[in-house]
Design a protein around this ligand. Structure first.
Ligand SMILES: [Zn+2]
Length: 298
């Protein structure tokens, strides 16, 4: 065999091996080779985990896009990843009502469970059963704390990636600080501070940016208001002179429409969860929400 021909065959063989290797790794593979498997309860936490973990992690989200984490009960098949995961990222406060059972069923004693609300000042308003309001991530300054907790958990789970996790977290925290400034600036131009939320998701946001939630459409998410409650909300809306009633894509906008019609306001959508086109990342999601608020309150 001539040297040239031999070289050509070697290259073809090498290519075939390479192609074979590529075909075996798909993004839906149970655990991408060499990557640390991380499970997050909701999309914003999954995004934080991706920002911190970069190429070193594969992140799966439990609550699918369009579902409400308040009511969504994950199927056992969706929790299978927990048996192989290194880290589970949660809000805590009982928000992930399925988590304790899922963790003990995972048969994974080394799983690191991060409750990112630990260490934050928790508001009670709108929380269920005295556990506090879980919507901490909608305040970007709280999000910084959550990112730091995820970073520390990743360092513990994968010490070899320490420098990467620290650098990624620092860079992303810089972006969250910029987002906070941007929101602050936009909100300072609002002509009203008052708004009517769909469910009590925006209390941390409101506290951070000095806005006032005067009423909510559904005090318990997923439970539509009674006629008497609707009448009270309409009255609050008229008194505050709100131009819009906020609905949310994870819930039926029916009650919000009824109220909006009664007081001559429009219906706009705020999205606490995202994970859908153009609202995939947390920062894109918050830009979207800021835009919607500006439409109603500027
Ligand atoms: Zn909620």
């Amino acid at each position: 065999m001539s040297g040239k021909k031999y070289a050509a065959i070697s290259i073809m063989l090498a290519l075939a091996i390479l192609l074979g290797a590529c075909a075996r790794t798909s993004p839906t593979a149970p655990a991408e080779h060499g990557k640390m498997l991380v499970v997050a309860s909701i999309n914003p936490l999954a995004d934080f985990a991706r920002q911190v973990g970069g190429d070193r992690v594969q992140v799966e989200t439990v609550v699918p896009p369009g579902a409400s984490p308040h009511t969504y009960e994950p199927k056992p098949s969706q929790l299978k990843a927990l048996s192989r995961a290194k880290v589970l990222v949660l809000v805590g406060l009982g928000f992930e009502f399925w988590a304790d059972k899922a963790v003990s069923a995972s048969g994974n004693p080394d799983l690191i469970v991060v409750r990112t609300s630990n260490g934050l000042k928790i508001l009670q308003q709108g929380g269920g059963e005295g556990s506090g309001n879980p919507h901490i991530w909608l305040d970007p300054i709280n999000a910084i704390h959550q990112v730091e907790m995820i970073r520390d958990a990743f360092v513990r789970a994968d010490p070899q990636g320490k420098e990467v996790y620290i650098a990624n977290a620092e860079e992303y925290i810089g972006k969250l600080k910029a987002l906070d400034k941007e929101i602050r600036k936009e909100v300072s131009g609002f002509s009203t501070r008052k708004f009517i939320a769909f469910h009590p998701a925006w209390v941390y946001f409101a506290r951070r940016y000095d806005l006032e939630q005067v009423a909510v459409v559904e005090r318990t998410p997923g439970r539509e208001p009674s006629p008497a409650e609707i009448a009270r909300i309409v009255q609050a809306a008229r008194k505050a002179g709100v131009r819009a009633i906020f609905a949310e894509p994870q819930f039926s906008p029916k009650a919000a429409r009824v109220i909006a019609q009664e007081c001559g306001a429009q219906v706009l959508f705020l999205d606490p969860i995202g994970g859908v086109k153009s609202r995939e990342t947390y920062i894109d999601l918050m830009h979207y929400n800021l835009e919607q608020m500006a439409k109603a309150m500027k």
